[in-house]
Design a protein around this ligand. Structure first.
Ligand code: SF4
Ligand code: SF4
Ligand code: SF4
Length: 326
């Protein structure tokens, strides 16, 4: 993507009177970190980037920030929010529109065709992060890492994030402004993580997830980062009735993780954010992708691709025979 064009466009957008701010990516303060940027003026627009490190899904902030209660005595700010989206992020926005979590008139969607992101954790394993912010660019055969005055070529197959290896929508499915030409879809990798678990028998699968969930520290980062986990009153926080206890043990951890996975069935758009932020390295993506695949195969439904779709888990048809109840 042409960064000048991005910054020019962003400056034009934030100059509009009906725009509150623009959500985009900025360089972080060290290593491979990229920060969300809340841009309100031309100076902020000049700091925006789009690189293989822009893994984070900014759609999360549309609910995290925009759903906060307005302080007493203040009027809600009715201006629009502009948001930069990759393909997966645009699916989150689309799913939020389907669920009426956000209103289309409140948004300006800036589409960023996406050639695929690096997995920052994989990168850090081989090339440890330094104090200096690193620059990573797309190159002909993968990525180019520039750090401490040195440039290193990174093979795409080695460093491409798992979610990107499996990505079917690299181009935004909804946008008002598209930055750059659409990218060509690539051959999808086999979902080895899911296949490996599917290959186990029921007891082995249970043991696998018990081992994983026993590592959970209930930090709720997975829930907080998820663009589709935006209930103002989360069932997992409720004390009366208490559906899931707050104690950190395998029983409650399992209840929490399974409840979250099922609340996301038919809604998860496979952005991989929950797994990326999990401090216990629990492979949450395997669970979510398995459920997403089941919903796709059994019901032909895929969330976040059609803004006119009915929500998978929340649509009601008076003529539904509901034969299964009898
Ligand atoms: S999942 Fe697709 S759209 Fe999202 S970062 Fe990866 S390649 Fe880009
Ligand atoms: S991010 Fe990981 S450790 Fe934290 S609550 Fe979620 S699964 Fe548990
Ligand atoms: S459950 Fe995870 S992968 Fe799915 S939408 Fe939420 S953060 Fe993204």
């Amino acid at each position: 993507m042409d960064l000048e064009k991005l910054r020019e466009t962003a400056a034009e957008v934030v100059a509009r009177e009906d725009v509150k701010y623009l959500l985009g990516w900025k360089s972080g303060t060290f290593g491979y970190r990229v920060a969300p940027g809340f841009v309100e003026d031309t100076a902020g627009a000049a700091e925006l980037i789009f690189s293989p490190l822009c893994t984070a899904n900014l759609a999360t902030y549309l609910t995290l920030v925009e759903k906060l209660p307005v302080p007493r005595g203040q009027e809600p700010d009715q201006r629009k929010v502009a948001v930069m989206v990759k393909g997966c992020d645009s699916r989150a926005v689309t799913q939020l529109l389907v669920e009426k979590g956000i209103d289309r008139d409140d948004l300006i969607i800036i589409g960023c065709p996406c050639p695929g992101m690096v997995d920052p954790a994989l990168l850090a394993e081989k090339y440890p992060e330094t104090e200096e912010p690193a620059v990573v660019k797309w190159s002909e055969n993968g990525f180019l890492l520039a750090q401490n005055g040195r440039e290193t070529n990174l093979a795409r197959d080695e460093f491409l994030a798992v979610k990107c290896q499996l990505c079917r929508y690299p181009n935004p499915v909804v946008s008002d402004i598209m930055l750059g030409e659409p990218v060509e879809a690539w051959e999808l990798a086999e979902d080895k993580g899911v296949t490996e678990v599917e290959g186990k028998d029921a007891d082995e699968r249970w043991d696998f997830w018990v081992e994983q969930f026993s590592k959970c520290v209930r930090c709720y980062s997975c829930r907080n980062v998820c663009p589709l986990c935006y209930c103002e009153d989360c069932v997992l926080d409720r004390l009366n009735p208490t559906w899931v206890n707050r104690s950190v043990n395998i029983s409650e951890n399992t209840a929490f993780n399974i409840a979250r996975a099922f609340h996301l069935a038919g809604r998860c758009i496979e952005c991989g954010e929950c797994e990326r932020v999990c401090p216990a390295n629990i492979p949450l993506g395997r669970l979510n992708r398995k459920l997403a695949r089941e919903v796709r195969d059994k019901y032909g439904f895929e969330p976040g691709v059609d803004p006119e779709a009915e929500p998978f888990q929340a649509s009601y048809k008076p003529d539904d025979p509901e034969d299964f109840i009898l």
